[in-house]
Design a protein around this ligand. Structure first.
Ligand SMILES: Nc1nc2c(c(=O)[nH]1)N[C@H]1C(S)=C(S)[C@@H](COP(=O)(O)O)O[C@H]1N2
Ligand SMILES: [Mo]
Length: 311
């Protein structure tokens, strides 16, 4: 099998582009950075998938420089500034727990297998700001099915990498989180066709600050569910703990579905700042949509549940 290699030098950004590239050109592109530029992002063989819709993506500069990734610091500019030494390759993702075939997936091999599609999704942070991001990846369901989930599996637990030598935010400090960052979904949420494992953005491998080399995307939930730089996925019988629920259980629940009618204890969730919309007239705010606009796809997962109680 051809092995995908992550490019090494971190350098200037490549202009965003939305192209379908043949396998051969991908490998050639990895071998030589285009036009003599050094590149820290490699092209991914992406095809337009479902859920690309009519959304206009946020500027790449904003998507890659306004981030939450506490492993690299707590300010929005920290992840881009402090993640240069992080090594996302080689990387393996372990799938285990209530499955018939536990396995270790090599991310370079996974990328080389192809079948990567683009999804343009709304992304709504619990802090009441939003973006639109063009992700490249594969449905989480496809990965889980490989491991053959047992009938006893009811939840999916995710774990980020713990690597303090490359992640300055993991070296403690006041207000820091417990490491590693962990998240969870109910199995039916994990298997929903919207739930995505992203390997890239804008047709290229994920920048470190966006969760290289593999992160979760659950577009109807607040952004903190989208755990970055995942090393382990464990299917479980019981609901797993999540980082933000541990930190402040009265503010952040397990479900964390985007819901304009259920406010955060300290602020309203009825509307959101649109990142990248600043102009002379100020920054745009828009109403927040139930399930972040994905109610048609996911509302049925919560039939009969009190979403104020299960926030
Ligand atoms: N491991 C890890 N994953 C994480 C976070 C984090 O601090 N650590 N922050 C979360 C939050 S709060 C948000 S809003 C999104 C931000 O993703 P982005 O920076 O790619 O937009 O990542 C989520 N995933
Ligand atoms: Mo967030």
């Amino acid at each position: 099998m051809t092995v995908f290699r992550y490019p090494t030098p971190k350098g200037s950004d490549i202009t965003p582009r939305e192209t379908y590239l043949s396998r051969r050109s991908i490998m050639a592109g990895l071998a030589a950075a285009p036009f003599g530029q050094s590149a820290h992002a490699a092209p991914l063989p992406t095809k337009t998938g479902p859920f690309s819709g009519a959304l206009t993506p946020t500027d790449k500069q904003d998507v890659t420089h306004f981030n939450n990734f506490y492993e690299f610091g707590m300010d929005k500019s920290d992840p881009a500034e402090n993640s240069g030494a992080f090594k996302p390759m080689p990387w393996t993702l372990r799938i285990e727990g209530e499955v018939a075939e536990p396995q270790t997936i090599d991310i370079a091999a996974l990328i080389a297998q192809g079948g990567i599609e683009q999804r343009i999704y709304r992304m709504r942070c619990v802090e009441a700001w939003s973006m639109v991001i063009p992700w490249d990846g594969i449905p989480l369901a496809a990965i889980l099915k490989r491991a053959n989930p047992l009938g006893s599996a009811r939840y999916v637990a995710f774990e980020s990498v713990h690597r303090p030598s490359e992640m300055p935010g993991q070296n403690g400090g006041f207000g820091s989180l417990d490491w590693p960052y962990v998240e969870g979904l109910r199995l039916d949420e994990a298997m929903n066709p919207l739930t995505f494992l992203a390997l890239g953005i804008y047709g290229e491998t994920l920048p470190n600050q966006n969760g290289a080399p593999v992160r979760l995307v659950v577009p109807w939930k607040y952004g903190f569910k989208g755990i970055k730089s995942i090393v382990r996925i464990r299917l479980t019988k019981d609901q797993p703990p999540t980082t933000w629920q541990r930190m402040a259980p009265d503010e952040y629940g397990f479900y964390a579905n985007v819901n304009p009618d259920v406010d955060h204890p300290r602020w309203s969730q009825a509307s959101e700042r649109v990142i990248g919309s600043s102009s002379l007239f100020g920054e745009k705010r828009q109403p927040t949509l139930m399930f972040n606009g994905y109610a048609d796809q996911v509302a049925s997962l919560y039939t009969g549940m009190d979403l104020r109680h299960f926030y």
